[in-house]
Design a binder for this molecule. Sequence first.
Ligand code: NAP
Ligand code: GDD
Length: 401
Amino acid sequence: MSKRAGEGDAASPKKPKLGDMNSPGKPPPVGSIAQLDPAATGTDAKKGQQKVAFITGITGQDGSYLAELLLEKDYQVHGIIRRSSGFNTARIEHIYGHDNLFLHYGDMCDSTCLQYLVSKYQPDEIYNLAAQSHVKVSFEMPEYTAQADGVGVLKLLEAVRAAGLEKKTKLYQASTSELYGKVQEIPQKETTPFYPRSPYAVAKLYGYWIIVNYRESYDFFATNGILFNHESPRRGATFVTQKIVRAACHIKMGKQKQLALGNLDAKRDWGHAKDYVRGMWMILQHHEARDWVLATGEQYSVRSFVEKCFNHPLINMPVEWKGEPGTAEEYGVLKSEPGRKLVVVDQRYFRPAEVESLLGDPTLANEVLGWKPEMSYDDLVNDMMVAEMDAVKEGRERFMQ
Ligand code: NAP
Ligand code: GDD
């Protein structure tokens, strides 16, 4: 594998220092992750009235779509990326050489880098998308999740205050429908009480309230987007939609035998991530800082998502369910070949405490912000299936976290 020029070679006078990703210079060639060099892309001098945005979590699903959107709107975009021993930039590879994109190493657990970057670039808008975002993983890494997803929000707010920017900078916090957990009302809206059911959701609860507290205490334009599940071809491979899409394509192409899942009866309000990042931007353009639910208002089960993917024209392998419903004894067979098990239930994928059902009411965002999802559930499934099938046919592996 080719070496990434500049990395690990801070002493070389010919190469940018590790961590200094903003040295002017020729953009690196784009086209393969292995060719990426965190050395930078142009000058960071602002053009006239150009807005400056700061995105944490830019290498994630939402961060990558949001970066595209803001670059289209001519923002100067600064993103923080984590140092990794592998490549974590696959989702932003296609915009890597953009003149208005600047990447910096950082971490939500490291307040010094957040303070340095916020005070240096004085962003007009901050989108805090960075998080350990996997609910099941949060049961295995509860302390880290609390630090990154909860206290990290405080570190960012304090970085803005330390720079004296709390009257200038607007901040979007990636809050979540997981806050509703064991739901107290159906559907869930901005006033529905929270009942978190995982270390992830409890950490996000801290993030939610510290945003509200700083808004009320310091007149800080700090907002929460309470977003219901949103997916896309860039979704990490261990989230249930991508796991199912990926398995359907691999099974069809003879590269995988079976799909093992946990709770088939969980229900989610699934939308397309592109619609949701547009909503994030709209939230920060609104004149008033407040908290908003973004959702589709439609709900489907994991079971029906499986059926939908295996029925997709690219797959055409309808599934029939057998065994005791709702138990680990249940399984799905190929309808036309009942001896062939396609889906099994594996206890390992059950969670210590489950969020059974989420359904959002996006009326406020619809009526006040004018936000509505443009992509339907069918569009979402189709977009994911086509992207994955193309990748499988080309022998490409995509986003594995
Ligand atoms: P994702 O794909 O998992 O991306 C998470 C991003 O956070 C990645 O860029 C990741 O970096 C980064 N990150 C993780 N830990 C970090 C740390 N300690 N310091 C700095 N960066 C860190 O998540 P997503 O689906 O885009 O979601 C974006 C945000 O919205 C998250 O906060 C999530 O909790 C929240 N949210 C998501 C949904 C949804 O359905 N997608 C719904 C509601 C709320 P690496 O690439 O290096 O891992
Ligand atoms: N991941 C996963 N893997 N989930 C499974 C599986 C499996 O094999 N089998 C069943 N499920 C169920 C989970 O138990 C859960 O009820 C549902 O499918 C959705 O799981 P995920 O796709 O992992 O998403 P999530 O709803 O737990 O969390 C996502 O959405 C939240 C917003 O509601 C993440 O993106 C969070 O970061 C986000 O806050």
